[in-house]
Each structure stands twice: as structure tokens, then as C-alpha cells.
Design a protein. Structure first.
Length: 251
């Protein structure tokens, strides 16, 4: 009996130590994110996955950070490696829970970014379709998912602004252009703004959508808020500068 109690005590201590280790690593990773040290934060989230391979938060974060860091790579090969890594993390998240709104959102995000490096028209069209498929599911699971609302808004914005070659490719793949409009883009990005008042990328694209929709007054209002936002990602400082220039041109 005493031996059983000792084994049980050891088991409980091990479980508590494991949970504490994961929690500490997640806190350290989050702290690095707050300091805008994204490469270091990415590695810390990866270390969480070495301890707990099914940790959903770490999988979501490793995907998002891989995309963010990859997007800033000037070398196409490096960019592609980051995006491939992001896809592998997203696939793992979906395998754990295919009905998780975050997992579906980040999968849609990866597909949307893959077209930054894709040259084949058929794959570009497939990525566009997959983006819509997964972001729609994310919003079905959680209609108030801020970033998913931005992503579907951005999807509409991109469809409206497809280049001639890509437009032809999408028509061939879909049979016709998918239903999209600038009004829909603005609607979803306004919803994102209401849900997350600090997501700077949403403000930037929303302002551009208002400019394209010949609504400079609304674009100015959005940009005036954008330039006052705190920095939350490594890209925000650059976006602030772009926002200031856009505001100067509109006023």
C-alpha cells in the first residue's frame, strides 16, 4: 500500500512539474512577443512543442510567427521554408482539433500567404479557394473571431483587385470569379476593428479599401486611429509610417 502511495505521489509531482514547465515556457514566449522579439519567441514556442507536442496555443503561435517572419524574408527560398514550416504546424493543429476556430483560421492564413511565392496559376487558384474554405469554417465556429473577420475581408479585397492574369486563372479554376465585393471587404474589416481595436494590419487595409471606394473621410478617420495604436508586432512600426504618409496625402 505504501509503495502504491509513493508511486501515485511521484506521478502527481511529475504531472505538476510538466504543467509548470509548459506554463513557464509559454509565459516566456509571450514576454518575447511583447518585446517584439519574434524570432526568439518562435523558438520558445517550438520548445513548448518539444515538451507538449499537442499544445494548441503553441501550434497557433508557431504558425503565426512563421508566417510573419517569413513574409519579411527577401530571399524567396527562405520565405518558402518559413511558409512550409507554418503549414506543417497548421496541419498539426487541425489534426488535433479540426473544429477549432483558431486552427482553421491559421490554416486559411497560410494558404493566403502561399500566393506570395506561388507562380503556377492552378495553385494560386487552389490557394484562394482553400483560404476561403478554412476562413469560412473558422467564422462558422466563432463568428466573432477578429482575425478571421479580417482575413475574409482581405480575401474580398484581394478578389476585387486581382490582376488580369490571376483573374483569368481564377475564372478557369472556379468556372467564374467567386462572389466578392469591396462592400463585403469593408463590412468584415469594420467588424474586425470592433472586435480587436489594436490589430494594425486591419486598419491599414481598411483605409485602402475606403480610398478605393472613394470615401476619403472614412479613410482619414481610420488612419488617424492607426497612427495612435501601440506597437504589437514587428511590422507595426513600418505600417505606422505608411499610415502617416497616406494621411498626409489625403489631408
Amino acid at each position: 500500500m505504501k509503495q502504491f502511495v509513493l508511486i501515485l505521489l511521484f506521478f502527481n509531482l511529475t504531472i505538476n512539474s510538466f504543467a509548470q514547465s509548459v506554463d513557464e515556457l509559454l509565459k516566456e514566449a509571450q514576454s518575447l512577443e511583447y518585446k517584439l522579439q519574434e524570432p526568439e519567441a518562435l523558438e520558445k514556442y517550438k520548445s513548448v512543442l518539444l515538451v507538449d507536442a499537442n499544445n494548441m496555443k503553441a501550434l497557433i503561435k508557431t504558425t503565426e510567427l512563421s508566417i510573419a517572419i517569413g513574409a519579411r524574408q527577401t530571399d524567396k527560398k527562405n520565405k518558402s521554408l518559413y511558409y512550409q514550416s507554418a503549414m506543417s504546424f497548421a496541419e498539426r493543429a487541425l489534426a488535433i482539433d479540426s473544429n477549432n476556430a483558431d486552427a482553421n483560421y491559421i490554416t486559411a492564413l497560410v494558404f493566403s500567404k502561399l500566393n506570395d511565392i506561388e507562380k503556377k496559376n492552378k495553385k494560386i487558384s487552389a490557394n484562394i479557394k482553400s483560404t476561403k474554405l478554412y476562413v469560412d469554417k473558422s467564422l462558422q465556429l466563432n463568428p466573432n473571431h477578429a482575425k478571421a473577420n479580417f482575413l475574409i475581408g482581405y480575401w474580398h479585397y484581394e478578389m476585387v483587385n486581382l490582376s488580369g492574369i490571376k483573374k483569368t486563372a481564377v475564372k478557369l479554376f472556379y468556372g467564374s470569379l467567386p462572389n466578392s465585393s469591396l462592400d463585403s471587404a469593408i463590412f468584415f474589416m469594420e467588424k474586425c476593428k470592433a472586435l480587436d481595436q489594436y490589430y494594425m494590419l486591419n486598419y491599414m487595409v481598411l483605409a485602402k479599401a475606403y480610398i478605393q471606394d472613394n470615401k476619403p473621410t472614412k479613410a482619414i478617420a481610420v488612419l488617424q486611429k492607426l497612427i495612435k495604436l501601440p506597437l504589437r508586432t514587428a511590422d507595426d512600426a513600418t505600417m505606422k509610417e505608411e499610415g502617416k504618409k497616406m494621411l498626409e496625402e489625403l489631408q
